[in-house]
Structure formats: structure tokens, C-alpha cells
Design a protein around this ligand. Structure first.
Ligand SMILES: [Zn+2]
Length: 139
């Protein structure tokens, strides 16, 4: 295991690796994004004890974040397909978009929740003092 020093964990690696927004050390999901078991959010951070579901129905808001992701992906795919193939056949676009969006669905699910926790939740911010190896016993 790598040792975690307090106060030196940066935001982007924490988001990419789906870590807790408060300590940036504990994981949010029980499984990796691509797997046969599906993704489950832990009830609380195993490092600092932050309860992830801030209030009942909290993760419904992640649907809006996921919606924004999908719109951005579809627009990018449509423009990219047009530039690369120049096709005017709607079936080409439909097949490419459905395939790619289905393949990206686990990432959309994961990162809509991670961004909701990291950026869109008022009052939830990084506490460097909780990043250390003694997160739970430190305070
Ligand atoms: Zn934590």
C-alpha cells in the first residue's frame, strides 16, 4: 500500500479515480466502472466516514449531470462522424451514436455522481487534514 500524506491530494486524480470529495483518499464505488457486478456506491467513505447520500434522493440530481454528459457526447459524435465519413445516411449516425453511448454508459453513471459530489454539492469541500492515514482517528 502507498502511504498517504495529509494535505497533498489533488482534485483531478481524486475525480478520475472516483475518490471521496472530502478526504480524496476513500473510494466512492465498490466495483470498477466496467464489470459484471454493476456499480454500487458505498454508504459512506471508508477513510473519513463522509455519508455520500447527503439527503434522501440526493443522487437523482446526478441524472441531470448524466444528461449533460450524453448531450455533449452525442453532439461530439455527430459532428465527428460527419467530418470523418461525410455521410448523409441517418442509419450511420444512429448506429455509431447508440454503440458509443452504450459503451460509455458505465462511465456516465460513475462520473455524473462523482462530479455531483465534488463540484455541485454546496458545503462539501476538501479537508486536507482528513487525507492522512489516520483519517478516522484524527478528529
Ligand atoms: Zn472521505
Amino acid at each position: 500500500m502507498e502511504s498517504v500524506k495529509a494535505g497533498n491530494l489533488r482534485m483531478w486524480p481524486a475525480i478520475v479515480h472516483a475518490k471521496c470529495p472530502r478526504c480524496r483518499a476513500g473510494k466512492i464505488f465498490t466495483n470498477p466502472a466496467y464489470g459484471f457486478k454493476g456499480q454500487k456506491i458505498l454508504k459512506e467513505c471508508p477513510h473519513c466516514g463522509l455519508v455520500y447520500e447527503r439527503e434522501p434522493g440526493y443522487f437523482y440530481a446526478a441524472m441531470y449531470v448524466g444528461y449533460a454528459f450524453i448531450v455533449a457526447e452525442l453532439v461530439t459524435l455527430a459532428v465527428g462522424t460527419y467530418i470523418l465519413t461525410g455521410s448523409e445516411n441517418p442509419w450511420v449516425y444512429l448506429c455509431i451514436m447508440l454503440t458509443v453511448v452504450a459503451l460509455l454508459a458505465p462511465l456516465n453513471f460513475r462520473y455524473s455522481r462523482v462530479l455531483l459530489l465534488h463540484w455541485l454539492t454546496p458545503g462539501l469541500r476538501y479537508h486536507p487534514e482528513l487525507s492522512g492515514n489516520n483519517g478516522k482517528s484524527g478528529g
